[in-house]
Design a protein around this ligand. Sequence first.
Ligand code: BGC
Length: 930
Amino acid sequence: MLYLHQLRCEYRINPLGIDIKNPRVSWIIKSRMAGTLQTAFRVLVASSPENLHNDKGDLWDSGTVESDQSIDIPYNGKELASREKCYWKVKIRDNHGNESPWSDVMQWSMGLLEKKDWQAEWIGLDQEEFGQFRNAKMYAPCYFRNAFHVDRKVASATLYASALGWYQFHINGRRVGNDYFTPGWTDFRIRIYYNTYDVTEYLNDGDNAIGGILSGGWYHWPDRGEKARLLGQLEVTFQDGSRQIIRTDGSWKASTGPEKYAHILFGESCDMRHNINGWDNPAFDDSTWEAPQTGLQLREALQTKYHVPAEPVLEAYPADPVRCVKEHHPVKMSTLTQREAYIFDMGTNYAGFVRIKIKNTLPGQIIHLRFGDWLNRDGTLYTENLRLARHMMDEYICQGGEEEIWEPRFSFRGHRYVEVSGWSNAKGPDLQSVVGIELTQSLSSLMKFSCGNETINKLFAALEQTRRANTIEAPTDCSQRDERQGWCGDALFFSNTANFLADMQPFYRKWLTGVMDGQNREGGFARLAPSNHGYYANDGDGLPAWADTGVLLPWQLYQYYGDTEILKKFYPAICRYIHFRISTLQDYLPDETGFFYGDWNSIDSFWGSKTSEWGADTFLVYSAYTAKTVRTAVDIAKVLRMEKDAVEFNNIFNELKAAFNRKYVNKNGMIRPTQGNCAMALSFGLLDKETEKKAAEQLMEEFRKNNWKIGTGTVSTPEVLFAFSRSGYIAEAYNILLNESFPSWGYMIKSGATAIWEHWGSRRPELPDSAPLFNPCDPNETHGPGFDCQISPWMNSGNHPAFGSVGDWIVRNIGGINQLEPGFKKIMIKPFIDKRLGHALTSYGSAYGTIVSEWMVEGNKAKMKVEIPANTSAQIYVSSNGKCTTSTSSEAKMKEFMASGQYHVFETGSGKFEFDWQLDSFEEKIKRTK
Ligand code: BGC
């Protein structure tokens, strides 16, 4: 049985309104037979389902192509025009002589490719008076509507929608789609996205109405005094082939609605007494509504350091938008008598909002909702760590009646606890009164992991919780305080983990466009993207590790998804960046008088510290990351066959490595052998063979003397466990992972974290209230938080991805799942087995299909089961006395091709395999090879 599933176009299932003229298609092959490889494919793309049904690829018939390529096959047919609908299917042949049936019929549609396709005008309702909170201006969401008549039989209707701000469109009383925060976050002066919706089902015969609600969203935060705008073009195609276009323009009507304000940081206020019933229905009387303002009014660019076009371009949104991934029901409700309020524990820290249900309301009754990561010790809500956003509050003013249900449209935040006040009716709320709506992007989870250690299982769950909360239009640093920015460093430290957890390819591709948009004229990438000037002076050099994301993340997308196109697309920007970075150095070392973040948030670091006893030294980080980035540029140049550049970058890398060794290394190893310094030097391959050994011993000594506690910063932490395992110190890497004393990952989890914290000790439940407060951003600090401080609220988030880098090590070393070729076309399975874990199941949905590695220890015996997807091959490492006992398929082509050290290595094709071996001798051998 051979069949195809998970067919994707431009990395998404059935995308509408794309603007890539040669979109790429991909599929996953399922086969019952082992050792299956694709030998040929045929793709048909048709302009109608009927043509496709008759096997007529009138747009493209690839013919039978002898090839094993099953991901990223570019469309190569007739030129596609705006609005074109494309239906496609594929069949393949395999190396066993089987032919698959045709796949399911999939589709994509083209968006509006030409500027002239757009007839809609930008409309807005410029408000003289708007809500103001502290110094932040808060605009009331505005309502826009138009009525229209349909007098012929509708064949299809498509809405193209955009905004400077956030929009929700409605047609005939129904909200269009279920996306949030559309059209997505960009540097709005450069590009604005639009979304495409099939709204055929929304239309009535005869009278119809379309409406849009507009709020400021990211466009008004921070406020630049610019005017929010809405854009909509509804195209109705009739069965007779004619077309009617309903577009936003000056003939629409505009009004404010029940919402007093909606702001990312401060929440949303809705006075339901002013609800406009039926505003999105045809019969609504809008005679009192105003005419909207029209046209874009972008202010002059505040930044001049990089190129900003005269007018932003409108582009198709290239990923799946933010959606609800899960509803959370509170696990506990407690009463705060002194505030007449209730605290709901939602059980986990997620990003989103809550829906409330309140019975027997009085008109004008005000419900307030406040949110927090944690509770104070007295059970009240802790909000100080939200900084300016501590004033965040959703406010609902009741209409009055038997039951009211409300949820905000235009606000979200990370939180675990919700405080509800104003529930003044005799019967207070109960656990059913509040439902948490969790939002994220990249909904399709790729990873299953479980093992015999509950703390590690909880840690793994916290990684996914953290990923989801910080995958909302940008890989954000945190999800709650007055920041929530696409800090490039944080994105990079977590992206290896995130790429395993979910299909992040479209999300990261979209975000990288923002990274490239932020490249300045000298070639520097910014520290955060999309550029959010006003929030942060973002036009300068984002500095290594942070700005290096512009080179290192495209490389990751190539490694995880086999995405060569992203390398090609960003290569010129990557080259300009490398040249810029090197031009800032003297003798291949940085100027140490300037500021650099260094190994941010190590246990002993503070703003401006240059050295660290645990983390990596500030300018060592600078040099090490610069070298790593340049070496990655060598690899990228090689993949793209830019041989001359590869040689040039390699020469630069050698100079950087030599300078690093001159400054930081002597014959005994690292001159300052901190955990972070050793880990970075080892993991980035900056040492020669001799010093490598010594640095590995130094690293081990550092950890041994600290009882396997980890105190590195966000930059060097991703390297620590890899530095151990690559040096052969497997049990020691496990010692760190399994540690539950402060500081460690285990400590976070044991102290109640359901998402990763910003600091190793964001909460210190065992310390007394009187413990001193440490503020990493206070220039007067002279030492880090160490072991006896509480972290000040200033920099303390309860959902912060950076330390979540450990997920990458877990999958690659406990699961043993690694790629030998980009996209996991060739896989290496090499788990490190540790009795303390008992068993581990790791299952990863790669671009080719699911890879499973499962091992268990019974007495002194180990067993391993492996599953390799079709159209890939693998090397499976088994200890030298291990033997393959069974294979579920007799055709399994598995041959032992190498016995090296303690391993037998088996080359396999796809299939399911089982192994067993004596564990003691395995461990014995690991010891011997050290
Ligand atoms: C963020 C960090 C980020 C940093 C830059 C902070 O405010 O939350 O995680 O990397 O700024 O140092």
